[in-house]
Design a protein around this ligand. Structure first.
Ligand SMILES: [Fe+2]
Ligand SMILES: [Fe+2]
Length: 272
């Protein structure tokens, strides 16, 4: 994978404690445990794609990138909050949110559907780190988010490349591609992120999925600008096989931005 960067390439001296935003810090804590779980996602993908030797070679690089993201984010968190115990928080997260690492078949129904789903995940991550980069005033976090967002975009391209290979055999219809993609986007409000937010922030109240979905959503949705959404929808259209610069992309961008903005406002009222 080109444009690779390492933990040592980060300019850690940029850190400015006076510019840390406490809400962004809480979001980054959630991101750190989800990213580090890339090792288990890698095992799951290797099991599902055991017969695909071309893709198998690239899964490890992808998974190592995700683990690196978790490591870099947890190092930034340590600067912002020296009391943060990453190992303890990560343990709590994986115990409550296990991944079926020995699955012989994709939980998405087929290899093409699995890869299209992974494209959606990478659209989500590349947009969220772009939004966090622009929302944060803390210079080190800006640099870290820019580097991670670039990785996530490369991951999207990786999964898209292999999706096209499997799609040539499976020939999923446009309706099916659209359904698989949208289903995964709506899953962003499943337990994964809400539970990560809950465990990474060492919340002591009993876990309430709806409440923590709203608490996480209130923060994250408010960081999205129109350009982040427009770019995501171009990637979405390309993945499902629709013109990424056409009217569908423009309509979806308008719709998605309206949904994100109204959710941010509604959640802010509910968890205020
Ligand atoms: Fe990542
Ligand atoms: Fe990624």
């Amino acid at each position: 994978m080109s444009d690779k960067w390492n933990f040592e390439d980060i300019n850690w001296s940029l850190f400015d404690s006076t510019k840390v935003n406490s809400e962004i810090l809480r979001v980054i804590k959630a991101g750190s445990v989800v990213e580090h779980n890339g090792s288990d996602y890698g095992l799951y993908l290797k099991s599902v794609f055991a017969k695909d030797e071309i893709f198998l070679k690239e899964i490890d690089h992808w998974s190592q990138d995700e683990i690196k993201h978790g490591k870099v984010l947890s190092a930034w968190i340590k600067l912002a909050d020296p009391t943060y115990d990453f190992d303890e928080r990560f343990k709590a997260y994986v115990e409550g949110f296990p991944i079926p690492v020995n699955s012989q078949e994709s939980i998405r129904g087929s290899c093409a559907a699995e890869l299209l789903t992974r494209c959606m995940v990478e659209i989500g991550t590349s947009s969220v780190y772009s939004a966090l980069k622009d929302a944060s005033d803390e210079p080190l976090l800006k640099e870290i988010c820019a580097k991670i967002a670039a990785d996530e975009y490369r991951h999207y391209k990786l999964f898209y490349k292999h999706f096209k290979r499997h799609q040539a055999k499976e020939k999923l219809t446009l309706y099916k591609r659209f359904k698989v993609a949208v289903d995964r986007l709506f899953e962003n409000e499943d337990d994964e992120l809400a539970f990560a937010y809950y465990t990474a922030n060492a919340e002591t109240a009993p876990y309430n999925r709806k409440y923590y979905t709203q608490l996480y959503g209130k923060a994250i949705y408010s960081y999205y600008r129109k350009d982040h959404v427009s770019r995501s929808m171009a990637m979405f259209c390309k993945a499902i096989g629709v013109n990424p610069q056409g009217w569908v992309q423009k309509f979806l961008s308008f719709l998605a931005f309206r949904i994100l903005s109204s959710k941010a406002e509604a959640y802010a009222r509910k968890v205020a």
